[in-house]
Design a binder for this molecule. Structure first.
Ligand code: ASP
Length: 660
């Protein structure tokens, strides 16, 4: 590419470069010193740190004007100055020529400033510490356009920031910090893997179209009818690398999924991807815990917590050498209604089916009736719990939700359910069982015996309750004199024993999912190994088989997921053909099957959602804050305006026609 470009430049110079030109350079460019600028001698932070040494001495700083200059008089102009580390100081122009230049400058002009570090006389704020730079020389390295000045006032409100000016937004300390933190996390990850003798290996971006779960992005080629697909993850290549004899592989990998950009997803995202040969699940879990502990420690200097084994209402720091606790899928679903429970809150559910003589609320295939009580929710001095009752917050059926406003409500709330209590005595027994009292909110819903919904309606209710009342029902740190803030508490666990297969899901009816039990899908991906104790279920009753899969869940977020893999080609074929009914599995996955049948060792691995992990470390609700150039909800990149159309002629080379 470079040589081609040089070739073109050569052409340009030969034909135009030597001709005498009547045009002159634009004035601003002529007067700019940007091409031979004074390089910084210090950063602002260095001056802050060694003030005594540089006081009354000359230094040069490089950076930007932060906001408009304040013009005090003809010969006195102040401006806030920000350097490339996001630190601030004040620059002061006193002499006539520098004052005249400084007063004409706008926010975000890039400067090299030279002056004397002087003790500040008027310390009206402590933003600029104790010194200012009294200017002797001011070089404009580049002017910012009008837009940069106009946007200056929007710095603090990123949601209103026009996304096409992302680069200006990224200049702000918040984003500088976010991306630096991401870079640090990546570098810790690399050093942890390297220290354990893993090999960093890049796998192709131009992959093959294979059904792996999500929709793929296709890449046309000049060979008619042939396409690449962008990888949803390096899953198949990393398994092939295990057949290639590598003991440990890792990669910070770009992945692509052409999915609805609901919630907090991006069509391209990054994984810390890893795989180990001659390894079982526990080996992977050990490495990943070590990795996470070092990242958390290196980036936030914070430990991980777990539920206190001695008191379920408290959490304790994980001891050195202690593993992240394991939570069973069924326990997570029945207690918290989701396969990624946020264990910072105590809220859990109780099965109340027996109080109703085991009649279903509505449908016999959803026979379990369960309840979740928000103690004292009505007495909390917070805004009304609007969201809990808002149907639009529930994608399936909304739970029945009751406010216990007075003593009488205790004896009638259940009468609004479509089922009757077994007998009159059951009311007080039920209230006692739920420990229900005036001032509480109780939610009731149903679920299937093995819940494939995640979250269940009650699980969603629990999530909303935690959002609505962020500090209530939180587990306290046992024995702490001062409780850490919620953003500094990270409770981690391994979610295990997922069903290996799930029934495929059709359109829902009345808020109930409809399952086709004759058509099974992999709960994660088709390469997941069965738990050895359930091996026989593969032939007799695949729905009963648990997968050797593990999700790493931190504060209700699935930070990573992985599994032991099927390393035997015959077993993998059986799963493709007999269970998943994939007819042309040789065409789709022949490459993997051949690799497995070439003496591929047992292997296991995992991938961490790197963007999500970084936004969690940053304490930000959105991954957009840790992605330099995120796509919009419509999948566009407003900075470069992609995707874009291409000329008809280009399309023809790819044998593609666009319908007009
Ligand atoms: N490839 C999987 C994913 O992207 C992770 C894994 O099983 O290693 O979810």
């Amino acid at each position: 590419m470079l040589s081609r470009l040089n070739g073109r430049l050569g052409f340009f110079i030969r034909n135009f470069g030597t001709a005498s030109s009547k045009v002159s350079l634009p004035e601003k460019v002529r007067t700019l010193e940007k091409f031979a600028f004074k390089h910084f001698s210090h950063t602002i932070n260095e001056v802050n740190g060694g003030l005594e040494d540089v006081l009354n001495k000359k230094v040069t700083l490089n950076g930007w004007i932060n906001g408009s200059p304040r013009k005090m008089s003809k010969n006195l102009v102040f401006a806030a100055f920000r350097d490339f580390n996001g630190d601030f100081t004040q620059i002061t122009a006193k002499g006539e020529s520098v004052s005249q230049l400084l007063r004409t400058l706008k926010p975000e002009d890039a400067l090299s400033v030279t002056g004397t570090v002087t003790v500040r006389k008027q310390k009206t704020d402590d933003q600029f510490k104790q010194w200012e730079l009294v200017l002797e020389d001011l070089e404009v390295l580049n002017y910012s356009n009008e837009k940069a000045s106009q946007l200056d006032s929007l710095k603090a409100t990123p949601s209103q920031y026009p996304p096409e000016y992302r680069y200006l937004q990224l200049r702000q300390p918040f984003y500088q910090n976010a991306l630096k933190m991401r870079s640090k996390a990546a570098s810790i990850a690399r050093s942890v893997f390297q220290s354990m003798n893993f090999t960093e290996i890049e796998t192709p971006m131009l992959f093959k179209s294979t059904p792996e779960g999500a929709k793929e992005f296709l890449v046309p080629t000049r060979r008619e009818g042939f396409f690449y697909a962008l990888p949803q993850s390096p899953q198949q290549y990393k398994q092939i690398l295990m057949a290639s004899g590598f003991k440990g592989y890792y990669q910070i990998a770009k992945c692509f999924r052409d999915e609805d950009l609901r919630a907090d997803r991006q069509p391209e995202f990054t994984q810390i991807d890893m795989e180990m040969s001659f390894a079982k699940s526990e080996d992977v879990q050990y490495v990943i815990q070590k990795l996470l502990t070092q990242i958390w420690n290196g980036v936030r200097h914070l430990p991980f917590y777990r539920i206190d084994p001695a008191n379920e209402y408290a959490i304790v720091e994980l001891k050195p050498g202690e593993s992240f606790p394991k939570v069973n899928y069924m326990e997570a679903l029945t207690s918290y209604g989701i396969d990624k429970p946020d264990l910072r809150a105590t809220l859990s559910f109780k099965d109340i089916s027996s109080f109703f003589g085991s009649q279903p609320l509505k449908r016999s295939d959803f026979p379990v009736i369960e309840a979740c009580v928000l103690k004292n929710a009505l007495n909390l001095v917070v805004k009304s719990p609007r969201n809990l009752f808002d149907k639009t917050n529930y994608s399936m059926r909304t739970p029945y939700i009751f406010k216990i406003l007075c003593e009488d409500d205790l004896y009638r709330w259940f009468s609004k359910l479509p089922v009757d209590l077994v007998d009159a005595d059951s009311a007080s027994q039920l209230n006692r069982y739920l420990n229900l009292s005036v001032g509480d909110i109780v939610a009731v819903s149903d679920r299937s015996e093995i819940p494939y919904e995640s979250p269940t309606p009650l699980g969603r209710f629990r999530q909303l309750a935690m959002q609505e009342y962020p500090t209530s029902w939180r587990r306290k740190v046992a024995g702490a004199t001062e409780q850490p803030t919620q953003n500094d508490i990270f409770v981690a666990s391994w979610l295990v024993n997922f069903p290996l297969f799930s029934p495929s899901e059709g359109d829902s009816i009345d808020g109930y999912p409809v399952y086709d039990f004759s058509n099974l899908e992999s709960t994660h991906h088709p390469f997941t190994m069965v738990k050895l104790e359930d091996y026989d279920y593969l032939a007799s009753n695949p729905l009963k088989a648990k997968g050797d899969h593990y999700d790493l869940v931190v504060n209700g977020v699935e930070v990573g997921g992985g599994s032991r893999r099927v390393h035997d080609a015959e077993l993998q074929k059986f799963i493709f053909s007999n269970i998943l009914k994939i007819d042309n599995y040789m065409g789709l996955f022949g490459h993997l099957l051949h690799a497995l049948s070439s003496g591929c060792p047992p292997h296991a691995g995992l991938a961490i959602g790197f963007d999500r992990m970084c936004s969690m470390l940053l304490g930000s609700p959105t991954i957009r804050d840790v992605v330099a150039f995120p796509k919009t909800q419509a999948g566009t990149d407003p900075v470069v305006e992609s995707p874009s159309t291409v000329p008809e002629k280009t399309l023809q080379t790819y044998h593609i026609g666009v319908k007009k």
